[in-house]
Design a protein around this ligand. Structure first.
Ligand code: SF4
Length: 372
């Protein structure tokens, strides 16, 4: 009987993409995805964690703790903790959770292969498509770069995911081509700060023309229907690096979705500076103007972080005004939470939890009013 695996994923699309890679390794070792409802009888359970916010980390670690009873009932079950928390300085998973067998950082899918080698033969093909949610390289994400060099003062990502490393264009195109052969209709290019892709995001998107043609000839959908003709979108852009060249490429290329995820974080210049974001509100407005000039119907979404240390009521109101002015299609809203090891965690003017929560509530109501 084939062995079964289950992967519980927390966090962003980068984590989803990492889970696809982990699933690929497991499937090439003959494991099958058992899915969430059957995880109790899985042979291996991996928890892919996120530590961007304290709450996300706490929830993931609670889940890890909850697996203790299962391990007691079935000592043969392999339990692994992967992703950002596994790489977080000062978090010793193996010491804290005696029932965990394996710890893998965000870029360590290959370590899983090493771990499994003594237990199981691997398929000669690097990845095997399976049933269920994970389909090896048939999944919809294409990670084009890893890590981040931006060191926003509140963010733990550069410390756990490391410095930026971009995959060469040829390698990305090869993966895109394979996905198209496997039937992918649309995919998402991923990077923490994707518009600093070393080989040029605009160059990469232009180089995808032949792949889009191939996808088009295989697609049953009409080539130029609004949703059917788009092959790729990309996440997540840094407003500082959103160049005219990238915006023009998105506008020109019919197979690129007219969608931008451009995290503003704050509508106040002083807070943006303290966050080490590298742009001010005027720069951000300029990027939005350029996008809307070329693509009046582009979909623009953003992230907003409230309650950064020292944020005054007036600065918070500036954020609300900016949201009202820019008229986003979607706003993802977050409360600041201190991440040990980041510069922002050292700041003395941390706001009381209640103030942060109240501001998040106000922000949510504000956004709902605007879209109502
Ligand atoms: S750009 Fe800033 S917020 Fe985004 S991952 Fe990098 S450091 Fe974190």
């Amino acid at each position: 009987m084939p062995r079964k695996y289950f992967i519980k994923t927390y966090g962003c699309q980068m984590n989803e993409a990492d889970s696809v890679r982990l699933a690929g390794v497991l499937e090439s070792a003959g494991y099958q995805n058992i899915g969430g409802s059957g995880y109790q009888s899985a042979d291996i359970v991996l928890v892919n964690t996120c530590c961007v916010r304290r709450h996300a980390e706490d929830v993931a670690l609670q889940y890890v703790a909850s697996l203790k009873g299962l391990k007691k009932k079935n000592p043969e079950m392999i339990i692994g903790v992967c992703g950002c928390v596994a790489a977080e300085p000062g978090v010793d998973i193996l010491k804290r959770f005696q029932h965990v067998d394996l710890v893998l950082g965000p870029n360590e899918a290959e370590k899983l292969r090493e771990f499994l080698k003594p237990l199981t033969p691997f398929s000669p093909s690097p990845l095997v498509r399976g049933k269920g949610k994970y389909k090896g390289e048939g999944g919809e994400f294409v990670t084009i770069m890893r890590g981040c060099d931006n060191f926003c003062s509140y963010c733990i990502v550069p410390y756990v995911r490391g410095r930026e490393v971009s995959r060469p264009i040829d390698e990305v195109l090869e993966e895109v081509g394979r996905k198209i052969e496997q039937g992918a209709k649309r995919m998402t290019l991923l990077g923490q700060s994707i518009n600093s892709y070393k080989y040029g995001l605009a160059n990469l998107m232009r180089a995808m023309g032949p792949a889009a043609e191939r996808r088009g000839s295989q697609s049953e959908e009409p080539r130029h229907s609004v949703s059917g003709s788009e092959l790729v979108q990309f996440l997540t852009s840094h407003p500082r690096d959103m160049s005219d060249e990238i915006i023009e490429a998105v506008a020109e290329l019919p197979y690129v979705a007219k969608e931008f995820m451009l995290p503003l974080q704050s509508g106040d210049d002083e807070i943006l500076q303290k966050m080490n974001r590298g742009y001010n509100l005027d720069h951000y407005r300029g990027r939005i103007k350029k996008i809307r000039e070329l693509m009046p119907h582009a979909r623009i979404s953003t992230d907003i972080l409230v309650g950064f240390p020292g944020e005054t009521e007036e600065q918070f109101q500036n954020t609300l005004k900016a949201i009202e002015e820019i008229k986003f299609n979607e706003v993802h809203m977050f409360a600041y939470s201190s991440r040990p090891g980041t510069p922002a965690a050292q700041l003395l003017d941390q706001l009381p939890e209640k103030v942060i929560k109240d501001r998040l509530q106000q922000l949510i109501s504000h956004v709902h009013r605007l879209v109502a």
